[in-house]
Write a protein that binds this ligand. Structure first.
Ligand code: MSP
Length: 645
């Protein structure tokens, strides 16, 4: 059976960081592993380029959206090429074929009665491209995922009948325990589905940067919701929607995703596929998040790590090794130079690198680099058994995506080799004139290195090719079958000298991350830098400023919003005849009473929004720093409604 492996497609609103690199490394490793085993594989990665978020990022950067998307998409692709990621296809959601495939899928779902038109009103987070029910909002206003302010959107929308698939989804999870890995993550998905699924809004009219509706629907007000568009990439990449589509690789064997997007992949995605009458992927593998030195990475903290920077400093394959060895799949991981350097020095340099050097040295000295395995079984059957046992355990770890256990188990081989050298001390045997025994130990270790490098190949392809070259064999499906599955030993072979593969690292090779202050606020220097950067990014035309109507207002009524820590409800006279209701998050800093009959500055032409069920028709100007918040007020009393400009 063929294997189809995917990464999520990455948003093109910023450059790749090590979190993205991690998903790509695991998927690449899995693909190379399956190839080594002789499987027919297809590996897909790419970029997710539609939606309001991308449109806004392009605007901020002062570029046409397509041009901006082209640039960032190319930066991902170039990075993966530099890392020699073995993808078969790099898909972009702006590809014409992809768009056609999405339209086709929409038509199929619509014809089936799974998509219908209605109205949607809800709190929308632009950053997460997601609607949230009011009950899930923080303080009635803020996105539960990213904490940003949500806005109320009421729009006509097409809906996908997600609710219809609730039972079938639950049945699928129950019958396929490996559908979500690690299994510990399945419960959160199951509980979410059991809590009841609402139909999903799958089109938008509030922006245009998206896949157009199929012509047959004749409704060009709408564009597709980004998640419908994005998830379908996994089948459009194989040609879904084209007459000559070759869908042989479908269903996918493993689809890697971060834990934050598991819900989309384990609920929406299978429901879409059920609607299209297509089989479901075998496994959705959800990994954890990477932090840096214990802190969440974010642009504003300036501590995001670029994979390129790390690989330039420490080597790309060392980074792959570190990331796959450091965290149990599914759990969060921390990137620190200290931990990275420790693993390079102890595991790569000492355990593996030194072992290879010793074998090169001893074989040169004792037998002019020519070795055979004739006496290995005679003197080292115990070691061979232990080695074969560890090798036999590896496949299960990889199938369960437990790369850290895979590598831990693999490292047992080097421990066996190092111990055999200490115990059998070939240099003593040579002195005692027991050359056969001495060479048997050297050959044992050469075989260990050969078999281990075959199994390490998916994680460190180039490095292991150098080891294989030093041991005069090639890593491929044949040597895998012969030396690993067949448990055979290398025939007569020559050993070649190679330069040290893993030079020890004494000092951190990259600058340390800027330290965030304990309260998580950027420090002064960072603030200055950030402000300078923001200023550059955020320059606006005067006309844009005057689009905002700012007015002096007088607070004529004020009361606390029950059950809210932050909100006060105010009636503000803006000289417009009727008062405006403003719900403001200032309760921690002002009592309702203290505001009565005072003057405030108000954004008077905001679209009304609902906060904790109450309409808010304006916003107060305020300034907030470490010491708290203060309202911005006119220096001298002004009439209610006086424009500010
Ligand atoms: N475009 C969507 C995915 C659509 S798939 C049909 C998306 N893109 S993303 O660029 O924001 O994230 C891509 C992947 O990177 C996700 O799997 C996400 O979990 C992962 N990571 C983003 N930051 C991460 C870390 N700090 N650590 C590990 N992975 C993280 O979501």
């Amino acid at each position: 059976m063929s294997k189809y492996i995917t990464t999520p497609i990455y948003y093109v609103n910023g450059e790749a960081h090590i979190g993205h690199a991690y998903t790509t490394f695991i998927a690449d490793t899995m693909t190379r592993y399956e190839k080594l085993k002789g499987e027919d594989t297809y590996f897909l990665t790419g970029t997710d380029e539609h939606g309001q978020k991308i449109e806004e990022s392009a605007q901020k950067n002062g570029k046409p959206t397509q041009e901006f998307a082209d640039e960032i998409s190319a930066s991902f692709k170039n990075l993966w090429d530099e890392f020699e990621i073995s993808y078969d296809k790099f898909i972009r959601t702006t590809d014409a074929d992809h768009k056609k495939g999405v339209q086709k899928a929409f038509e199929v779902m619509y014809a089936k009665g799974d998509i219908y038109k209605d109205f949607y009103e809800g709190h929308y987070c632009v950053s997460c491209e997601t609607f949230f029910p009011e009950t899930q909002l923080e303080d009635g206003e803020f996105c539960p995922d990213c904490g940003r302010t949500t806005s109320i959107i009421k729009e006509e929308s097409y809906f996908f009948k997600l609710s219809k698939y609730e039972d079938r989804l639950l049945e699928h999870y129950a019958n396929n325990p490996d559908f979500i890995l690690p299994r510990s993550r399945a419960n959160e998905v199951i509980n979410f589905v059991k809590g009841g699924l609402r139909d999903l809004s799958v089109t938008r009219t509030s922006f245009t940067w998206g896949v157009q509706m199929p012509e047959s629907l004749n409704d060009d007000k709408h564009v597709m919701y980004v998640w419908l568009d994005a998830l379908l990439n996994y089948i459009t990449a194989l040609g879904y929607g084209k007459d000559d589509a070759d869908m042989n690789y479908w269903p996918a064997s493993t689809q890697f995703v971060g834990k934050d997007i598991l819900r989309f992949h384990a609920i929406y995605w299978p429901a879409f596929l059920m609607s299209l009458d297509m089989p479901l992927p075998k496994t959705i593998g959800a990994h954890g998040w990477w932090t840096r030195d214990g802190e969440k990475m974010s642009k504003s903290k300036g501590n995001v790590i670029s994979p390129k920077e790390v690989s330039d400093a420490y080597g790309a394959e060392n980074l792959r090794y570190f990331m796959l060895r450091e965290v149990p799949f599914g759990q969060d991981g921390d990137f620190s130079q200290r931990a990275f350097i420790d693993r390079i020095n102890s595991e790569l340099s000492n355990d593996l690198g030194n072992l290879l050097n010793r074998i090169i040295g001893m074989s040169g000295k004792y037998s002019d680099f020519e070795i055979d395995s004739i006496d290995v079984e005679k003197y080292h059957s115990k070691e061979l058994d232990a080695m074969n046992e560890a090798l036999g355990n590896l496949d299960e770890f990889m199938q369960n995506l437990q790369t850290h256990r895979y590598l831990e188990e693999l490292w047992k081989l080097f421990a066996i080799g190092n111990k055999a050298i200490e115990e059998h001390a070939p240099w003593v045997k040579m002195k005692e004139d027991k050359k056969d025994e001495a060479l048997a130990t050297v050959a044992l270790v050469a075989n260990i290195l050969a078999k281990a490098s075959i199994m390490l190949h998916p994680i460190m392809p180039k490095t292991t090719n150098i080891i294989a070259d030093a041991l005069s064999f090639e890593i491929n499906n044949e040597s895998y079958k012969d030396l690993v599955l067949g448990k055979n030993l290398l025939k007569l072979f020559n050993i070649k000298k190679v330069p040290p593969l893993f030079p020890r690292v004494e000092e951190p090779l990259m600058e340390e991350a800027p330290k965030a202050m304990p309260d998580d606020k950027p420090n002064d220097e960072m603030k200055k830098e950030l402000n300078a950067k923001k200023e550059e990014d955020n320059l606006i035309e005067i006309g844009q400023f005057f689009e905002t109507s700012l007015k002096v207002g007088v607070v004529v009524e004020a009361e606390e919003v029950p059950k809210s820590k932050k909100l006060l409800k105010l009636q503000v006279d803006l000289g417009e005849g009727t008062n405006k209701q403003v719900v403001a998050g200032i309760k921690e800093f002002y009592s309702a009473e203290s505001l009565l009959n005072t003057q405030v500055c108000v954004v008077a032409n905001l679209k009304p929004a609902k906060l904790m069920g109450m309409m808010s028709e304006g916003m107060l100007l305020a300034a907030k720093d470490e010491d708290g918040l203060c309202l911005v007020r006119p220096e001298k009393p002004k009439k209610a409604g006086t424009p500010i400009g």
